[in-house]
Design a protein around this ligand. Structure first.
Ligand code: N7H
Length: 457
């Protein structure tokens, strides 16, 4: 648990990070790697470290000091290939993890071509090479130091396969992803791990996120060293920001009597289920409400029953597809709780340039380094992605269509329904994916005890 704590809920538990670098590596000398890993473990951030860091940040603020304080966090996780390379052959009893993300790409709806018997996915080569054994994540102001520490300690026992530099966006866009929406608002509270929930916040058993804890659906079959670890999904999701903005400008919602610019904002809000400020459309259906957005007692306190049809929020909206709340209450509470994830994503890539906006065309890679934790990949990330791609989810009485943000249909086009509140059965054709998967991998993030006793020598 201490391992997860140091990485969980950035706004309440983890380090409030501004920068995070991801180093994807291949182990080239197993004996050396195990030896050096032992030296690195003390540098890995624990929950005690986090408490101290948070206190230091609070003191810094309370004393009215300006600027950042220099703190860093180091995280380490291994792919199935990496675990095997280290000579650990226990079955973690998660078939998606064992097969790896590349083998799951077609089922996830990623773009690619079928060549003969194989599916050639349009990912960046590093994720297709079958070379990734592990992921080291370093965050915070002193990221270069933390990064050097990892690479110096691990020496020549590993080879860098890919480095991704994430960072929060500048100025008032801090905390907002590249389309402009505030991210990281709704997270499940973890029973007896995180602080008491805010109104409307889901509360899950620790075993939904943490392997081997109460409520882990595969509790009895886990190897003992896996306890208190968690499966980490990394997905490199490129975002076509100028193209997304142009689509909103071209398709404003007219019917509620809004000027075109506001109609475009409303379309974007209905695609996500929240305004850019973070206010949920379930509670603020026609106009943004920044006060509601900032109020933690209210900004998560909705369940879509406020208007059971799509008047307030489309069934296909990103947050309704990924967390349908009361839409599934007929199946009992576990229908949504079992499929909870803890999200820890960070944007990567530069801000959109004036030229890109002028041409309505993306010229450089930018997007979200999507990271989430769960105890069962098929229940967490994979289940959510499948829901986003399932045009019949979450209701049967209409065809909601694709999640306009992350829904994937291979190379085929997508339609979505309900984006117009006064003509809810109108279907909107989305010309292409605004979020494009460039690949990723599944990792297991072991507890510090497991790192000491099973991974290091
Ligand atoms: Fe999503 N976005 O900016 O549009 N997401 N997401 N996500 N997402 C959420 O509550 C976004 C992605 C979830 O409980 C918000 O944090 C973008 C994947 C879940 O109400 C916004 C990308 C998956 C929730 C975004 C992306 C999810 C959620 C609202 C990719 C899982 C919580 C703010 C580039 C497969 C739902 C918030 C709830 C919220 C955006 C990816 C899942 C603004 C741009 C791949 C579970």
């Amino acid at each position: 648990i201490s391992h997860l704590l140091r990485r969980s809920q950035p706004r309440r538990l983890g380090i409030p990070k501004r920068v995070e670098w991801f180093l994807f590596f291949k182990i080239t000398n197993v004996d050396d790697f195990k030896k050096y890993l032992k030296e690195l473990i003390p540098a890995i951030t624990t929950s005690t470290d986090i408490a101290e860091i948070r206190n230091a940040i609070n003191d810094h603020k309370n004393e009215g000091k300006q600027g950042l304080i220099r703190v860093s966090g180091i995280n380490l996780a291994f792919s199935n290939r990496g675990i095997q390379t280290l000579g650990i052959d226990d079955d973690l009893t998660d078939p998606s993890f064992t097969s790896g993300q590349l083998a799951r790409a077609q089922a996830l709806g990623d773009q690619g071509q079928i060549i003969g018997d194989t599916f050639d996915v349009n990912w960046i080569p590093a994720f297709k090479g079958g070379d990734i054994d592990g992921l080291a994540g370093d965050c915070e102001a002193s990221v270069v130091e933390a990064f050097n520490r990892v690479t110096n300690v691990l020496g020549n026992s590993f080879k860098e396969v890919l480095k991704v530099k994430g960072g929060v966006r500048p100025g008032k866009e801090k905390g907002h992803e590249h389309f402009g929406f505030l991210n990281g608002i709704s997270q499940p509270a973890i029973l007896s791990v995180t602080p008491p929930p805010f109104p409307g916040q889901a509360v899950v058993d620790p075993g939904i996120i943490i392997v081997g804890a109460t409520g882990d659906p595969n509790l009895s079959s886990r190897p003992s060293w896996a306890v208190n670890g968690s499966f980490l999904v990394y997905r490199q999701l490129n975002q076509l920001v100028p193209e997304f903005s142009k689509f909103l400008v071209d398709n404003p919602i007219h019917e509620v009597g809004l000027p075109p610019a506001e109609g475009s904002e409303l379309l974007g809000a209905r695609f996500v289920g929240r305004w850019k400020s973070g206010a949920p459309v379930a509670l603020a259906p026609t106009h943004d409400d920044p006060e509601l957005a900032a109020d933690k007692q209210r900004n998560n306190n909705f369940d879509f029953s406020e208007a059971a049809d799509q008047t307030n929020c489309p069934f296909a909206a990103h947050i309704r597809k990924t967390n349908p709340r009361s839409d599934l209450s007929r199946f009992g509470p576990s229908a949504t709780l079992l499929h909870s994830i803890s999200r820890q994503s960070i944007p990567f890539g530069p801000e959109v340039t004036p030229e890109e906006y002028r041409e309505n065309k993306t010229h450089c890679d930018r997007g979200l380094s999507f990271v989430c934790y769960q105890s069962v990949l098929a229940n967490g990330f994979e289940f959510m992605q499948a829901r986003a791609n399932n045009i019949h989810f979450p209701v049967k009485q209409v065809v909601p269509g694709f999640d306009p943000i992350i829904g994937q249909n291979g190379n085929d086009t997508r339609t979505t329904q309900g984006s117009d509140p006064t003509a809810q059965s109108n279907s909107l054709s989305l010309p292409f994916e605004f979020v494009v998967s460039k690949g990723g991998e599944y990792f297991f993030s072991p507890s510090i005890t497991a790192l000491k006793t099973k991974f290091a020598a």
